[in-house]
Design a protein around this ligand. Structure first.
Ligand code: UDX
Length: 426
């Protein structure tokens, strides 16, 4: 099959590489000429395990192509997959500017039957709006089909998720595109869920809102555990054995971040409020998340009462391990709060050298702790777990480790003389 993917961002690029590897001819287009030029030279602009190799393989097999000629490319391909960004507006709603630009191009270039697949996360009603707009702009009902096909890719595991999806969701208005959709995704074995355009949009929001709810629940439970001097890890284990609950997404820590969970939660709330639906649960999920960093800072001040002029090292600056993505990273909020409190902040991250005023970014994790009063672990990179604690202890001035992801062996580091702190880890 021949597919044009619009948007060479995180979702567009990973999907383009996988669909090409499934055997399709894929053209990935983006308005940003410099990005397309880099991709043509083999430079992949994001870090995602396995993506470089998959792109290079399929480019050399002549199955994957890149272009900045958006209109011509859209016109030329029978299937157009929209994977442009839908960032948040200040009021929490989704900004659909890029979606609207693509719809305009489709309206002005479509003269033979086309399948239009929306992969970008869009608020309920958007795909119905796209359908209505294309008709209003002169397209005939039988000259196109619109499909709402949300993605559920986890950064760091996107390639795996593309090959092993746990579901494939298709919202359609008619059964006409279904045969083509089955063929497009025949390499990814998973239950197919067919629903309406708006149903598919809401499956995506419901999934991310539920994941966010699990995390805020875990964080609130960890606070209660902390007050009763109980190890939250035991509670998570106890919860996880019940198949109705499941162990996934019950890790407590600094809270959820990234490009999806916070944004999708706000957008879903906005869509609900537009229809006069109250969102008490979604509000509480957000509130717990937003207060989580202060909980950790308060914990730090139980052992380091005056933070002014203290040197603090933060390990991990991205929103989670195995990614270079800094979007809505709780670690960044934490670092900014430490700077505001007058701390000298040093950072180390296995991939990102952070560029923030008054922050010293190191490329060696041991050097990053030299003379520090405290070390904060803000993402659970595997290499942090396997650190040389003796070396760290000898380099640090103080002895506090604040484990904000409950990932370090507390008993082990205490043996080296550290004061090991966390919320709900004893
Ligand atoms: C998420 C969804 O998982 C994916 O299906 C969707 O399509 C895009 O958004 P992603 O943003 O890559 O994926 O990250 P995810 O693995 O979901 O983690 C989100 C945040 O939750 C991270 O900040 C992570 O550290 C945090 N988290 C996750 C926890 O705090 N506790 C957990 O138990 C799991």
């Amino acid at each position: 099959m021949r597919i044009c993917i619009v948007g060479a961002g995180y979702v567009g690029l990973t999907t383009a590489a996988a669909l090409a590897d499934f055997g399709h001819e894929v053209l990935c287009v983006d308005m940003e000429e410099s990005k397309i030029e880099s991709l043509r030279q083999g430079i992949v602009p994001i870090y995602e395990p396995g993506l470089d190799e998959l792109i290079h393989k399929n480019v050399s097999d002549k199955k994957l192509f890149f272009s900045s000629q958006v209109a011509e490319s859209i016109q030329d391909y029978p299937i157009v997959l929209i994977a442009v960004g839908t960032p948040s507006n200040d009021d929490g709603s989704s900004n659909l500017t890029f979606i609207k630009q693509v719809v305009d191009v489709i309206a002005s270039t479509t003269n033979v039957y086309k399948i239009i697949i929306t992969k970008s996360t869009v608020p309920p009603g958007t795909n119905e709006w796209i359908h209505k707009t294309l008709i209003e702009k002169g397209l005939k009902e039988d000259s196109f089909d619109i499909v709402s096909n949300p993605e559920f890719l986890r950064e760091g595991f996107a390639i795996w998720d593309l090959y092993h999806p746990n579901k494939l969701v298709f919202g359609t208005k008619t059964s006409r595109p279904i045969k083509a959709l089955r063929k497009l995704y025949e390499r990814g074995k998973a239950p197919y869920i067919f629903t309406s355009l708006t149903g598919a949009e809401l499956i995506k929001y419901a999934s991310n809102a539920f994941l966010a709810t699990k995390i805020s629940f875990a964080n609130e439970m960890a606070r209660i555990c902390d007050a009763y001097e109980v190890d939250y890890a035991d509670i998570a284990k106890g919860l996880g054995t019940d198949p109705r609950i499941g162990r996934y997404f019950l890790n407590s820590g600094l809270g959820f971040g990234g490009s999806c969970l916070p944004k999708d939660l706000s957008s879903l709330k906005h869509s609900a409020v537009n229809k006069n639906v109250e969102t008490k649960l979604l509000d509480a999920v957000r509130d717990v998340n937003e207060t989580q960093i202060d909980q950790y800072l308060n914990k730090l001040t139980t052992k380091l009462p005056n933070l002014t002029e203290k040197q603090i090292t933060v390990w991990g600056v991205t929103f989670k391990p195995d990614t270079d993505d800094l979007r809505s990273s709780p670690a960044i909020t934490l670092i900014k709060k430490l700077v505001e409190k007058g701390c000298r902040v040093h950072t180390y991250d296995p991939i990102v050298k952070l560029d923030l005023p008054d922050v010293y970014a190191h490329i060696n994790r041991y050097e990053s702790v030299t003379d520090s009063d405290a070390l904060i672990i803000s993402t659970e990179w595997k290499q942090f777990l396997e650190s040389d604690w003796l070396e760290i202890k000898s380099r640090m001035k103080g002895s506090i480790i604040l484990d904000a992801r409950n990932c370090i062996d507390g008993k082990l580091v205490r043996k080296y003389g550290f004061v090991y702190l966390g919320i709900g880890n004893i």
